[in-house]
Unconditional design. Sequence first.
Length: 203
Amino acid sequence: MPHSFRVAFDTDVNAAALAEARWGAARDFRNVVYVTVGTGLGAGALIDGRLLHGRLHPEMGHIRVPHDWGSDPFRGNCPYHGDCLEGLAAGPAIHARWGQRADLLPDGHPAWDLEADYLALGIVSWVCTLSPECMILGGGVMQREELFPKIRRRVEELLNAYIQPPNIVPPKLGMHAGVLGAIALAADLTPTPPCTPRGKFAS
């Protein structure tokens, strides 16, 4: 008798958001946005505990943010939108603007203030539209620890006490969030209780 198989598809950032909500930095929250900043810039979201889908998967990296051409004359490198958030703040944009990869730029470089400003502008837009309780920032660029206090401070300034800022934290599951999210998607398709990661990811 042939076996039947159930298959789940989702984006890497949605999977990472699911994993962080189930086993990681967002376990205590039902409204979560997971952002990855690396070779691209994308985000996934859980709203009231459910992954956000629509006509297409969310393309939060391609929102338009204010671009001060005087302080940042870089035109952006998104092939579709030029200076959308991804075109201004993803790893390739940092490389194109400063002539070096993000991981080679030193602490205290002007790149990090500019990067924090762009990411804060994006976060404020997502806060005002999705109202997340927790914002998780992962990906290669976010390995630079000095970005987190800069981003938190700038988000608070931009919100100006109108809305309380969400928790803005790195992923607890690190670079494994996407893979663990795939496991969570598979577990949700099975009638058995969902599996729990072992080792350092277990609570």
